[in-house]
Design a protein around this ligand. Sequence first.
Ligand SMILES: Cc1cc2nc3c(=O)[nH]c(=O)nc-3n(C[C@H](O)[C@H](O)[C@H](O)COP(=O)(O)OP(=O)(O)OC[C@H]3O[C@@H](n4cnc5c(N)ncnc54)[C@H](O)[C@@H]3O)c2cc1C
Length: 485
Amino acid sequence: MADPKLNGTNLLACPFTIPDPSASAPELLSRWSDSFIEGPPAIIISPNTEQDVVSAIKFARLNNLTIVPTGGRHGSALPIHSKVLYLDLKNLQSIIIDKQKEQVHFGGGVLTGDLLRQLSDQGYFTAVVNSNAVGVVGSLLGGGNTSVNGIVSWMADSVVSLRVVTAAGEILQIGPSSTGDELALFNVLNGAGHGLCVVAAVTMRIYPLSSLNLSPASKDDATPSIWSRTLIFPTTAVDAAVDAFLAFVPPPDPMNLIFGFTRGPPGTPLAGKPIIVLTGTYYGPTSEAEASPAGASLLNPSLVEKALMANTVQVPFPNVNNGVEAMNAHGGHKSMASARIARLSPQNLKAAFAKFLAVTERYPDAARTAFMFHNFNPSKLVQFGTTPEGKGKFIEGRDRGFFSIGVLWCTEPETRDALVEFFDEATAILQKDDEQDGLPPRTHSGVMRFLPGRRDLLDEERLAELDRVQKRWNGDELFWSPYKA
Ligand SMILES: Cc1cc2nc3c(=O)[nH]c(=O)nc-3n(C[C@H](O)[C@H](O)[C@H](O)COP(=O)(O)OP(=O)(O)OC[C@H]3O[C@@H](n4cnc5c(N)ncnc54)[C@H](O)[C@@H]3O)c2cc1C
Protein backbone atom coordinates (compact mmCIF):
# COMPACT_ATOMS: atom_id res chain seq x y z
CA MET A 1 0.00 0.00 0.00
CA ALA A 2 1.55 3.34 -1.08
CA ASP A 3 1.87 5.94 1.66
CA PRO A 4 0.83 9.39 0.40
CA LYS A 5 3.58 10.93 2.58
CA LEU A 6 6.29 8.98 0.74
CA ASN A 7 7.16 9.88 -2.85
CA GLY A 8 8.64 7.65 -5.50
CA THR A 9 7.68 4.11 -4.46
CA ASN A 10 7.53 3.50 -8.24
CA LEU A 11 11.36 3.65 -8.14
CA LEU A 12 11.44 0.45 -6.11
CA ALA A 13 11.57 -2.80 -8.10
CA CYS A 14 12.32 -4.95 -5.02
CA PRO A 15 10.27 -5.94 -1.95
CA PHE A 16 9.45 -3.10 0.45
CA THR A 17 7.09 -2.53 3.39
CA ILE A 18 5.71 0.72 4.73
CA PRO A 19 5.00 -0.07 8.38
CA ASP A 20 2.02 1.24 10.28
CA PRO A 21 3.56 4.02 12.44
CA SER A 22 1.68 2.70 15.46
CA ALA A 23 3.03 -0.86 15.06
CA SER A 24 5.31 -2.31 17.72
CA ALA A 25 8.77 -1.65 16.28
CA PRO A 26 10.61 -4.40 18.23
CA GLU A 27 8.09 -6.95 16.89
CA LEU A 28 8.44 -5.61 13.37
CA LEU A 29 12.23 -5.56 13.45
CA SER A 30 13.27 -8.41 15.66
CA ARG A 31 16.95 -7.86 16.41
CA TRP A 32 19.65 -8.59 18.96
CA SER A 33 18.93 -5.51 21.07
CA ASP A 34 15.71 -3.55 21.46
CA SER A 35 17.60 -0.46 22.59
CA PHE A 36 17.30 2.66 20.41
CA ILE A 37 14.12 1.58 18.65
CA GLU A 38 11.93 4.67 19.01
CA GLY A 39 9.30 3.53 16.56
CA PRO A 40 8.89 1.86 13.16
CA PRO A 41 11.07 3.15 10.30
CA ALA A 42 9.45 5.05 7.42
CA ILE A 43 10.06 2.12 5.09
CA ILE A 44 11.80 -1.25 5.01
CA ILE A 45 13.42 -2.02 1.65
CA SER A 46 14.95 -5.42 0.82
CA PRO A 47 17.10 -5.05 -2.33
CA ASN A 48 17.66 -8.08 -4.54
CA THR A 49 20.47 -6.43 -6.52
CA GLU A 50 22.94 -3.57 -6.23
CA GLN A 51 20.75 -1.63 -8.69
CA ASP A 52 17.94 -1.94 -6.12
CA VAL A 53 20.33 -0.35 -3.59
CA VAL A 54 20.88 2.56 -6.00
CA SER A 55 17.07 2.98 -6.26
CA ALA A 56 16.74 2.88 -2.46
CA ILE A 57 19.32 5.69 -2.24
CA LYS A 58 17.33 7.80 -4.72
CA PHE A 59 14.19 7.07 -2.71
CA ALA A 60 15.85 8.13 0.55
CA ARG A 61 16.96 11.43 -0.99
CA LEU A 62 13.52 12.09 -2.41
CA ASN A 63 11.95 11.60 1.01
CA ASN A 64 14.68 13.05 3.18
CA LEU A 65 15.31 9.79 5.00
CA THR A 66 18.46 8.47 6.74
CA ILE A 67 19.61 5.05 5.52
CA VAL A 68 20.48 2.34 8.03
CA PRO A 69 21.81 -0.74 6.18
CA THR A 70 21.42 -3.97 8.15
CA GLY A 71 22.88 -7.44 7.79
CA GLY A 72 22.73 -9.81 10.75
CA ARG A 73 20.93 -7.28 13.04
CA HIS A 74 23.46 -7.95 15.80
CA GLY A 75 24.76 -4.39 16.06
CA SER A 76 24.00 -2.82 19.41
CA ALA A 77 23.15 0.81 18.87
CA LEU A 78 21.42 1.40 15.53
CA PRO A 79 18.72 4.04 15.98
CA ILE A 80 15.38 3.29 14.35
CA HIS A 81 12.67 5.96 14.04
CA SER A 82 10.17 7.41 11.57
CA LYS A 83 12.81 9.15 9.40
CA VAL A 84 14.81 5.96 8.79
CA LEU A 85 14.98 3.93 5.59
CA TYR A 86 15.74 0.46 6.94
CA LEU A 87 17.76 -1.22 4.19
CA ASP A 88 17.49 -4.92 4.94
CA LEU A 89 20.23 -6.68 2.95
CA LYS A 90 18.92 -10.18 3.69
CA ASN A 91 18.46 -11.00 -0.03
CA LEU A 92 22.12 -10.39 -0.93
CA GLN A 93 23.04 -13.95 -0.05
CA SER A 94 25.22 -15.39 -2.79
CA ILE A 95 28.44 -17.23 -1.83
CA ILE A 96 30.84 -18.23 -4.61
CA ILE A 97 34.04 -20.08 -3.77
CA ASP A 98 36.97 -19.72 -6.18
CA LYS A 99 39.37 -22.51 -5.20
CA GLN A 100 41.83 -21.59 -7.94
CA LYS A 101 42.37 -18.10 -6.57
CA GLU A 102 41.69 -19.15 -2.95
CA GLN A 103 39.04 -16.47 -2.62
CA VAL A 104 35.36 -16.30 -1.72
CA HIS A 105 32.93 -13.76 -3.18
CA PHE A 106 29.78 -13.13 -1.18
CA GLY A 107 26.84 -10.76 -0.88
CA GLY A 108 26.44 -7.96 1.66
CA GLY A 109 23.74 -9.80 3.64
CA VAL A 110 25.57 -13.11 4.22
CA LEU A 111 25.64 -14.37 7.81
CA THR A 112 28.73 -15.80 9.50
CA GLY A 113 27.25 -19.29 9.98
CA ASP A 114 26.41 -19.66 6.28
CA LEU A 115 29.88 -18.58 5.14
CA LEU A 116 31.60 -20.77 7.72
CA ARG A 117 29.59 -23.87 6.78
CA GLN A 118 29.82 -23.44 3.01
CA LEU A 119 33.57 -22.93 3.19
CA SER A 120 34.19 -25.84 5.54
CA ASP A 121 32.04 -28.15 3.36
CA GLN A 122 34.51 -27.35 0.56
CA GLY A 123 37.57 -27.80 2.81
CA TYR A 124 38.31 -24.11 3.46
CA PHE A 125 38.08 -21.49 6.16
CA THR A 126 38.49 -17.76 6.48
CA ALA A 127 38.53 -15.32 9.38
CA VAL A 128 34.99 -15.00 10.79
CA VAL A 129 33.60 -13.90 14.15
CA ASN A 130 32.35 -16.30 16.81
CA SER A 131 28.59 -15.93 16.28
CA ASN A 132 26.78 -17.59 13.37
CA ALA A 133 24.02 -14.99 13.45
CA VAL A 134 26.30 -11.97 13.00
CA GLY A 135 26.50 -10.41 9.52
CA VAL A 136 29.88 -10.95 7.83
CA VAL A 137 30.02 -7.38 6.48
CA GLY A 138 28.88 -5.82 9.78
CA SER A 139 31.73 -7.60 11.54
CA LEU A 140 34.53 -6.97 9.05
CA LEU A 141 33.68 -3.26 8.93
CA GLY A 142 34.76 -3.20 12.59
CA GLY A 143 37.95 -5.17 11.89
CA GLY A 144 36.56 -8.52 12.99
CA ASN A 145 38.24 -10.22 15.94
CA THR A 146 38.24 -13.98 15.39
CA SER A 147 39.39 -17.33 16.74
CA VAL A 148 41.98 -17.54 13.95
CA ASN A 149 43.67 -14.21 14.80
CA GLY A 150 46.88 -16.11 15.55
CA ILE A 151 46.82 -17.86 12.17
CA VAL A 152 45.51 -15.33 9.63
CA SER A 153 44.94 -12.10 11.63
CA TRP A 154 41.63 -10.20 11.87
CA MET A 155 38.90 -10.40 9.24
CA ALA A 156 39.75 -7.06 7.63
CA ASP A 157 43.24 -8.38 6.81
CA SER A 158 41.68 -11.11 4.65
CA VAL A 159 39.55 -8.66 2.65
CA VAL A 160 40.71 -8.53 -0.98
CA SER A 161 38.13 -6.11 -2.38
CA LEU A 162 34.73 -4.58 -1.70
CA ARG A 163 31.90 -3.72 -4.05
CA VAL A 164 30.12 -0.69 -2.64
CA VAL A 165 27.21 1.59 -3.45
CA THR A 166 28.01 5.14 -2.40
CA ALA A 167 25.72 7.89 -1.15
CA ALA A 168 25.94 9.39 -4.65
CA GLY A 169 24.52 6.16 -6.05
CA GLU A 170 27.77 5.07 -7.75
CA ILE A 171 28.78 1.40 -7.77
CA LEU A 172 32.52 0.97 -7.12
CA GLN A 173 34.84 -2.02 -6.88
CA ILE A 174 37.58 -0.98 -4.45
CA GLY A 175 40.68 -2.65 -3.03
CA PRO A 176 44.27 -2.01 -1.98
CA SER A 177 45.25 -1.16 -5.56
CA SER A 178 42.62 1.61 -5.77
CA THR A 179 43.96 5.14 -5.61
CA GLY A 180 43.04 8.50 -4.10
CA ASP A 181 39.67 8.82 -2.38
CA GLU A 182 38.66 5.30 -3.37
CA LEU A 183 41.69 3.81 -1.63
CA ALA A 184 41.00 6.00 1.40
CA LEU A 185 37.41 4.67 1.48
CA PHE A 186 38.62 1.06 1.22
CA ASN A 187 41.07 1.56 4.08
CA VAL A 188 38.49 3.07 6.44
CA LEU A 189 35.94 0.38 5.55
CA ASN A 190 38.45 -2.15 6.87
CA GLY A 191 38.31 -1.35 10.56
CA ALA A 192 36.09 1.69 11.19
CA GLY A 193 33.76 1.30 8.25
CA HIS A 194 30.21 1.51 9.58
CA GLY A 195 28.02 4.28 8.21
CA LEU A 196 29.87 5.23 5.01
CA CYS A 197 28.15 3.38 2.16
CA VAL A 198 26.44 0.07 1.39
CA VAL A 199 28.75 -2.89 0.92
CA ALA A 200 26.94 -4.95 -1.69
CA ALA A 201 29.59 -7.67 -2.03
CA VAL A 202 32.97 -8.75 -0.66
CA THR A 203 35.93 -10.81 -1.84
CA MET A 204 37.98 -12.43 0.92
CA ARG A 205 40.99 -14.72 0.96
CA ILE A 206 40.28 -18.31 1.97
CA TYR A 207 42.66 -20.89 3.42
CA PRO A 208 42.70 -24.70 3.07
CA LEU A 209 41.46 -26.41 6.22
CA SER A 210 44.15 -29.04 5.57
CA SER A 211 46.78 -26.37 6.41
CA LEU A 212 45.62 -26.54 10.06
CA ASN A 213 46.26 -30.31 10.36
CA LEU A 214 43.13 -30.66 12.47
CA SER A 215 42.33 -33.97 14.14
CA PRO A 216 39.15 -35.85 13.21
CA ALA A 217 36.06 -35.21 15.35
CA SER A 218 36.09 -38.85 16.55
CA LYS A 219 37.17 -42.27 15.39
CA ASP A 220 33.86 -42.58 13.51
CA ASP A 221 33.72 -39.02 12.19
CA ALA A 222 36.53 -37.70 9.99
CA THR A 223 35.27 -34.09 10.06
CA PRO A 224 38.23 -31.82 10.99
CA SER A 225 37.71 -30.59 14.53
CA ILE A 226 38.93 -28.09 17.08
CA TRP A 227 40.30 -29.13 20.46
CA SER A 228 38.28 -27.33 23.11
CA ARG A 229 38.87 -27.57 26.84
CA THR A 230 36.53 -25.82 29.32
CA LEU A 231 36.79 -25.45 33.07
CA ILE A 232 34.10 -23.87 35.22
CA PHE A 233 35.20 -22.45 38.57
CA PRO A 234 33.37 -21.19 41.65
CA THR A 235 34.14 -17.59 42.65
CA THR A 236 36.34 -18.89 45.49
CA ALA A 237 38.81 -20.20 42.88
CA VAL A 238 39.20 -16.81 41.21
CA ASP A 239 42.96 -16.63 41.96
CA ALA A 240 43.72 -19.98 40.31
CA ALA A 241 41.45 -19.25 37.33
CA VAL A 242 42.97 -15.81 36.71
CA ASP A 243 46.52 -17.16 37.02
CA ALA A 244 45.76 -19.98 34.56
CA PHE A 245 44.33 -17.49 32.07
CA LEU A 246 47.31 -15.16 32.31
CA ALA A 247 50.04 -17.81 32.49
CA PHE A 248 50.71 -17.84 28.73
CA VAL A 249 51.00 -14.42 27.13
CA PRO A 250 51.00 -14.74 24.22
CA PRO A 251 49.63 -18.26 23.77
CA PRO A 252 50.72 -20.33 20.74
CA ASP A 253 49.39 -19.06 17.35
CA PRO A 254 46.60 -21.67 17.03
CA MET A 255 45.38 -21.18 20.62
CA ASN A 256 42.66 -18.97 22.06
CA LEU A 257 42.25 -18.60 25.80
CA ILE A 258 38.82 -17.28 26.68
CA PHE A 259 38.01 -16.25 30.21
CA GLY A 260 34.60 -15.13 31.39
CA PHE A 261 32.69 -13.87 34.39
CA THR A 262 29.05 -14.78 34.15
CA ARG A 263 26.19 -16.36 36.09
CA GLY A 264 24.93 -19.90 35.60
CA PRO A 265 22.26 -20.10 32.89
CA PRO A 266 18.61 -20.71 33.86
CA GLY A 267 17.64 -24.37 34.22
CA THR A 268 21.12 -25.50 35.35
CA PRO A 269 22.21 -26.35 38.93
CA LEU A 270 24.24 -23.11 38.99
CA ALA A 271 21.39 -20.93 37.70
CA GLY A 272 21.95 -17.31 38.73
CA LYS A 273 25.14 -18.12 40.66
CA PRO A 274 28.34 -16.32 39.66
CA ILE A 275 30.80 -18.56 37.88
CA ILE A 276 34.12 -18.22 36.09
CA VAL A 277 34.60 -19.97 32.77
CA LEU A 278 38.01 -20.69 31.25
CA THR A 279 38.18 -22.19 27.76
CA GLY A 280 41.15 -23.07 25.59
CA THR A 281 40.60 -23.80 21.91
CA TYR A 282 43.31 -24.98 19.54
CA TYR A 283 43.17 -24.59 15.75
CA GLY A 284 45.72 -27.35 15.19
CA PRO A 285 46.20 -31.07 15.90
CA THR A 286 44.96 -32.32 19.26
CA SER A 287 48.29 -33.96 20.15
CA GLU A 288 50.01 -30.59 19.62
CA ALA A 289 47.35 -28.80 21.72
CA GLU A 290 47.79 -31.12 24.66
CA ALA A 291 51.59 -31.21 24.41
CA SER A 292 51.87 -27.41 24.41
CA PRO A 293 52.57 -25.95 27.87
CA ALA A 294 49.42 -23.78 27.59
CA GLY A 295 47.20 -26.75 26.65
CA ALA A 296 48.79 -29.00 29.27
CA SER A 297 48.21 -26.37 31.96
CA LEU A 298 44.44 -26.68 31.43
CA LEU A 299 44.71 -30.43 32.04
CA ASN A 300 46.84 -30.08 35.16
CA PRO A 301 45.17 -31.94 38.09
CA SER A 302 46.04 -29.16 40.55
CA LEU A 303 43.92 -26.76 38.45
CA VAL A 304 41.21 -29.28 37.66
CA GLU A 305 40.62 -30.06 41.37
CA LYS A 306 39.62 -26.41 41.91
CA ALA A 307 37.01 -26.52 39.14
CA LEU A 308 33.34 -27.45 39.42
CA MET A 309 33.54 -28.98 35.97
CA ALA A 310 36.26 -29.76 33.45
CA ASN A 311 35.56 -31.05 29.98
CA THR A 312 37.47 -31.63 26.73
CA VAL A 313 35.65 -31.99 23.41
CA GLN A 314 36.56 -32.12 19.73
CA VAL A 315 34.24 -29.62 18.02
CA PRO A 316 33.61 -30.39 14.31
CA PHE A 317 34.83 -27.36 12.37
CA PRO A 318 31.40 -26.37 10.94
CA ASN A 319 30.07 -26.27 14.55
CA VAL A 320 32.79 -24.10 16.09
CA ASN A 321 30.35 -21.27 16.81
CA ASN A 322 27.52 -23.41 18.17
CA GLY A 323 28.59 -22.82 21.78
CA VAL A 324 27.58 -19.14 21.65
CA GLU A 325 24.08 -19.79 20.26
CA ALA A 326 22.39 -18.73 23.54
CA MET A 327 23.96 -15.29 23.16
CA ASN A 328 22.28 -14.74 19.80
CA ALA A 329 18.79 -14.42 21.33
CA HIS A 330 16.88 -11.37 20.11
CA GLY A 331 15.24 -8.77 22.36
CA GLY A 332 15.87 -7.13 25.71
CA HIS A 333 18.26 -4.27 26.34
CA LYS A 334 21.66 -5.39 25.17
CA SER A 335 24.88 -3.77 24.20
CA MET A 336 28.56 -4.45 24.12
CA ALA A 337 31.64 -2.84 25.59
CA SER A 338 35.14 -3.70 24.56
CA ALA A 339 38.77 -2.77 24.99
CA ARG A 340 41.98 -3.81 23.28
CA ILE A 341 44.61 -4.34 25.92
CA ALA A 342 48.35 -5.08 25.75
CA ARG A 343 49.04 -5.96 29.39
CA LEU A 344 46.60 -7.26 31.96
CA SER A 345 47.56 -7.89 35.57
CA PRO A 346 45.83 -10.43 37.83
CA GLN A 347 44.90 -7.78 40.39
CA ASN A 348 43.13 -5.58 37.84
CA LEU A 349 41.25 -8.56 36.37
CA LYS A 350 40.13 -9.50 39.88
CA ALA A 351 39.09 -5.93 40.66
CA ALA A 352 36.89 -5.97 37.55
CA PHE A 353 35.41 -9.27 38.73
CA ALA A 354 34.51 -7.77 42.13
CA LYS A 355 32.61 -5.01 40.31
CA PHE A 356 30.85 -7.58 38.12
CA LEU A 357 29.70 -9.48 41.21
CA ALA A 358 28.39 -6.31 42.84
CA VAL A 359 26.39 -5.01 39.88
CA THR A 360 24.86 -8.37 38.92
CA GLU A 361 23.97 -8.96 42.58
CA ARG A 362 22.26 -5.60 42.85
CA TYR A 363 20.29 -5.89 39.58
CA PRO A 364 18.80 -9.39 39.21
CA ASP A 365 17.61 -8.67 35.63
CA ALA A 366 21.30 -8.34 34.68
CA ALA A 367 21.96 -12.03 35.41
CA ARG A 368 22.73 -12.81 31.77
CA THR A 369 25.37 -10.09 31.58
CA ALA A 370 28.83 -11.51 30.87
CA PHE A 371 32.35 -10.10 30.88
CA MET A 372 34.74 -12.04 28.67
CA PHE A 373 38.42 -11.81 27.82
CA HIS A 374 40.23 -13.19 24.80
CA ASN A 375 43.96 -13.90 25.04
CA PHE A 376 45.48 -14.62 21.62
CA ASN A 377 48.80 -14.33 19.82
CA PRO A 378 48.84 -11.00 17.94
CA SER A 379 51.94 -11.76 15.84
CA LYS A 380 49.98 -12.18 12.57
CA LEU A 381 48.21 -8.85 13.14
CA VAL A 382 51.59 -7.20 13.68
CA GLN A 383 53.10 -8.93 10.65
CA PHE A 384 50.25 -7.89 8.36
CA GLY A 385 50.45 -4.35 9.70
CA THR A 386 53.95 -4.01 8.26
CA THR A 387 52.76 -4.70 4.68
CA PRO A 388 51.67 -1.76 2.49
CA GLU A 389 48.14 -3.21 2.40
CA GLY A 390 47.96 -3.76 6.15
CA LYS A 391 49.41 -0.35 7.00
CA GLY A 392 46.50 1.37 5.31
CA LYS A 393 43.71 -0.56 7.00
CA PHE A 394 42.04 1.07 9.99
CA ILE A 395 43.25 -1.35 12.65
CA GLU A 396 45.28 0.06 15.51
CA GLY A 397 47.06 -1.56 18.44
CA ARG A 398 48.00 -4.55 16.33
CA ASP A 399 50.36 -5.79 19.05
CA ARG A 400 47.63 -5.99 21.70
CA GLY A 401 46.77 -9.62 22.42
CA PHE A 402 43.94 -9.09 24.92
CA PHE A 403 40.43 -8.21 23.98
CA SER A 404 37.75 -7.58 26.59
CA ILE A 405 34.14 -8.09 25.56
CA GLY A 406 31.34 -7.06 27.86
CA VAL A 407 27.86 -8.20 26.95
CA LEU A 408 25.30 -5.99 28.69
CA TRP A 409 22.01 -7.81 28.95
CA CYS A 410 19.01 -6.76 31.00
CA THR A 411 15.33 -5.93 30.73
CA GLU A 412 15.01 -2.66 32.69
CA PRO A 413 16.30 0.72 31.41
CA GLU A 414 17.56 1.59 34.92
CA THR A 415 19.68 -1.56 34.95
CA ARG A 416 21.01 -0.70 31.51
CA ASP A 417 22.28 2.63 32.81
CA ALA A 418 23.91 0.95 35.81
CA LEU A 419 25.57 -1.62 33.53
CA VAL A 420 26.94 1.08 31.25
CA GLU A 421 28.51 2.74 34.29
CA PHE A 422 29.87 -0.61 35.49
CA PHE A 423 31.48 -1.43 32.14
CA ASP A 424 33.01 2.03 31.90
CA GLU A 425 34.49 1.74 35.39
CA ALA A 426 35.63 -1.86 34.97
CA THR A 427 37.20 -1.13 31.59
CA ALA A 428 39.12 1.79 33.06
CA ILE A 429 40.52 -0.58 35.70
CA LEU A 430 41.53 -3.10 33.04
CA GLN A 431 43.32 -0.39 31.10
CA LYS A 432 45.46 0.71 34.07
CA ASP A 433 48.43 -1.51 33.15
CA ASP A 434 48.53 -0.08 29.64
CA GLU A 435 48.22 3.41 31.06
CA GLN A 436 51.29 2.73 33.23
CA ASP A 437 53.12 1.60 30.10
CA GLY A 438 52.16 4.83 28.32
CA LEU A 439 49.68 3.21 25.92
CA PRO A 440 46.45 5.02 25.04
CA PRO A 441 43.13 3.26 25.75
CA ARG A 442 41.65 1.62 22.67
CA THR A 443 38.22 0.19 22.03
CA HIS A 444 37.20 -2.11 19.18
CA SER A 445 35.01 -0.33 16.66
CA GLY A 446 33.25 -3.59 15.78
CA VAL A 447 32.07 -4.21 19.31
CA MET A 448 30.60 -0.80 19.75
CA ARG A 449 30.27 0.59 23.20
CA PHE A 450 26.76 1.47 24.26
CA LEU A 451 26.00 4.80 22.57
CA PRO A 452 29.18 4.27 20.59
CA GLY A 453 30.51 7.73 19.89
CA ARG A 454 34.19 7.66 19.05
CA ARG A 455 35.90 7.60 22.42
CA ASP A 456 39.19 5.71 22.29
CA LEU A 457 38.49 4.59 18.74
CA LEU A 458 41.60 5.71 16.87
CA ASP A 459 44.56 8.07 17.17
CA GLU A 460 44.09 11.74 16.25
CA GLU A 461 45.55 11.34 12.77
CA ARG A 462 43.26 8.49 11.87
CA LEU A 463 40.23 10.23 13.40
CA ALA A 464 40.94 13.24 11.17
CA GLU A 465 41.18 10.90 8.17
CA LEU A 466 37.92 9.21 9.20
CA ASP A 467 36.23 12.64 9.24
CA ARG A 468 37.71 13.53 5.85
CA VAL A 469 36.52 10.24 4.34
CA GLN A 470 33.07 10.68 5.92
CA LYS A 471 32.84 14.17 4.42
CA ARG A 472 33.95 12.95 1.00
CA TRP A 473 31.68 9.89 0.82
CA ASN A 474 28.80 10.62 3.20
CA GLY A 475 28.99 14.39 3.42
CA ASP A 476 25.25 14.99 3.71
CA GLU A 477 24.87 12.15 6.24
CA LEU A 478 22.60 10.03 4.09
CA PHE A 479 23.91 6.99 6.01
CA TRP A 480 23.67 6.92 9.79
CA SER A 481 27.18 6.85 11.22
CA PRO A 482 28.09 5.67 14.71
CA TYR A 483 31.35 7.64 14.58
CA LYS A 484 30.01 11.10 13.94
CA ALA A 485 32.23 13.76 15.50
C1 LIG B 1 26.56 -12.52 20.02
C2 LIG B 1 27.58 -11.63 19.35
C3 LIG B 1 28.86 -12.11 19.12
C4 LIG B 1 29.82 -11.29 18.49
N1 LIG B 1 31.07 -11.78 18.29
C5 LIG B 1 32.01 -11.00 17.72
C6 LIG B 1 33.34 -11.49 17.50
O1 LIG B 1 33.65 -12.65 17.79
N2 LIG B 1 34.24 -10.64 16.92
C7 LIG B 1 33.90 -9.37 16.53
O2 LIG B 1 34.76 -8.66 16.00
N3 LIG B 1 32.66 -8.89 16.71
C8 LIG B 1 31.71 -9.67 17.31
N4 LIG B 1 30.45 -9.17 17.51
C9 LIG B 1 30.15 -7.78 17.12
C10 LIG B 1 29.64 -7.74 15.69
O3 LIG B 1 30.72 -8.01 14.80
C11 LIG B 1 29.08 -6.34 15.37
O4 LIG B 1 28.05 -6.03 16.26
C12 LIG B 1 28.61 -6.24 13.93
O5 LIG B 1 28.55 -4.88 13.55
C13 LIG B 1 27.23 -6.87 13.73
O6 LIG B 1 26.92 -6.92 12.37
P1 LIG B 1 25.45 -7.36 11.90
O7 LIG B 1 25.42 -7.30 10.42
O8 LIG B 1 25.07 -8.63 12.55
O9 LIG B 1 24.54 -6.24 12.58
P2 LIG B 1 23.64 -5.07 11.98
O10 LIG B 1 22.98 -4.52 13.20
O11 LIG B 1 22.78 -5.56 10.88
O12 LIG B 1 24.72 -4.05 11.42
C14 LIG B 1 25.74 -3.55 12.24
C15 LIG B 1 26.44 -2.38 11.57
O13 LIG B 1 26.99 -2.80 10.33
C16 LIG B 1 26.44 -2.05 9.25
N5 LIG B 1 26.27 -2.97 8.12
C17 LIG B 1 25.91 -4.28 8.16
N6 LIG B 1 25.92 -4.80 6.91
C18 LIG B 1 26.29 -3.79 6.08
C19 LIG B 1 26.49 -3.70 4.66
N7 LIG B 1 26.35 -4.76 3.87
N8 LIG B 1 26.87 -2.51 4.15
C20 LIG B 1 27.06 -1.42 4.95
N9 LIG B 1 26.89 -1.44 6.28
C21 LIG B 1 26.51 -2.63 6.84
C22 LIG B 1 25.14 -1.49 9.78
O14 LIG B 1 24.72 -0.33 9.11
C23 LIG B 1 25.51 -1.22 11.23
O15 LIG B 1 26.21 0.00 11.36
C24 LIG B 1 29.47 -9.97 18.12
C25 LIG B 1 28.19 -9.48 18.36
C26 LIG B 1 27.25 -10.29 18.98
C27 LIG B 1 25.91 -9.74 19.27
